[in-house]
Write a protein that binds this ligand. Structure first.
Ligand code: PEP
Ligand code: MN
Length: 344
């Protein structure tokens, strides 16, 4: 962090800034120019210096941050090497493109198994399904809870597919860890820092969804909460943000994909289902996501969407899923990725 003093700042004002930098735990390096003095705060206490409010100190003109506020997630942290998340030999990230597909929520064994079968037959490596659902209305179906987890465990056994499922509440973490190979943190919980810390401590791969009013930097800072507990396996998910547009549900921010990949070593995946809210928009946005370099797509499918209890209108109809997956895999390959396709 650089503190640029006002022209003519007094020695007392410069010394006061130096004292405050040192009090925050950093070293101060003073460079005196002909007109302006610049003070560099050097050391491992960037955030404490930032919080010291030096921009308001007497004689300070402005403050320039030098380091990014996120560290462990930054591409520099791994010297440019990209993270690969590997679960049961199935890879996502670092050149491997993977689909994570399944129903929005687990409704019954019949419904979950129908989706799992279609996904497995299409070569999908990871099965998704929510047992705990973050619903906007408290009157909507909230998920089957532990019964849903039990059905997911059965599907995992039957189809041999690792499971991605959402954790909403720290109190459910032990139950979720029984079955989840990937713990999903929903958009609404992206800034639930206690939850993120516990997922970090669990060491289980995490799928962190971008909050729909969160910036890219806030998403990376949320990932830091998981990473700083020693959990390296975090995938970031763009799932649409809120804008002024009302022509569809959310604005899928695909620019976030290449931009995140310039900033972080973590895999970046896209959820076109929740952004679109309509199944006709899901295939084109999936192709666009794969083409712009996403490391994976998380997508919803249902064998009978008209009777789905949750998110039916956005579910790819099961009978169309294989063709959908094939196209998406081709787009990923065009973008230079290896599509992770598991033979049934
Ligand atoms: C989901 O994936 O089922 C979900 C509810 O997503 P989001 O948290 O992005 O709304
Ligand atoms: Mn859903």
């Amino acid at each position: 962090m650089m503190i640029v003093m006002k022209e003519g700042a007094s020695e007392e004002q410069i010394q006061a800034v130096v004292d405050r930098i040192e009090k925050a735990g950093a070293n101060a390096h003073v460079s005196r120019g002909q007109f302006v003095t610049v003070i560099g705060a050097v050391g491992d206490a960037d955030s404490r210096v930032a919080e010291a409010g030096l921009e308001l100190a007497e004689g300070v003109d402005h403050v320039v941050p030098i380091m990014k506020s996120y560290k462990l997630s930054s591409l520099q942290f791994k010297k440019g090497e990209r993270s690969v998340i590997e679960i049961n030999g199935r890879k996502l990230g670092g050149g491997h493109f993977a689909l994570i597909a399944g129903p929005c929520t687990v409704e019954s064994r019949e419904q979950l198994f129908a989706a799992a079968e279609v996904c497995r037959d299409a070569g999908v490596p990871f099965l998704r399904g929510g047992a705990y659902k973050p619903r906007t209305s408290p009157y909507s179906f909230q998920g089957l809870g532990e019964e849903g987890l039990r059905l997911l465990a059965e599907a995992k056994e039957e189809f041999g597919m690792p499971i991605a499922t959402e954790l909403m509440d720290v109190r459910d973490i032990d139950a979720v860890l029984e079955v989840a190979d990937i713990i999903q943190i929903g958009a609404r919980n992206m800034q639930n820092y206690n939850l993120l810390t516990e997922v970090g401590r669990s060491g289980r791969p995490a799928l962190l969804k971008r909050g729909f009013s969160s910036t890219i930097e806030e998403l990376l800072m949320a990932a830091e909460y998981i990473l700083k507990e020693g959990n390296q396996d975090v995938m970031l998910c763009e799932r649409g943000i809120r804008t002024f547009e009302t022509g569809y549900r959310f604005t899928l921010d695909l620019l976030a994909v290449p931009v995140l990949q310039q900033l972080t070593h973590l895999p970046v995946i896209v959820d076109p289902s929740h952004a679109a809210g309509r199944r006709d928009l899901v295939p084109p946005m999936s192709l666009a996501a794969a083409a712009c370099g996403a490391d994976g797509i998380v997508v919803e499918t249902h064998h009978d969407p008209e009777n789905a209890v949750c998110d039916g209108p956005q579910a790819i109809v099961a009978s169309e899923f294989a063709a959908y997956a094939e196209q998406v895999h081709r787009a990923a390959e065009l973008a230079g990725k290896t599509a992770e396709i598991i033979p049934a």
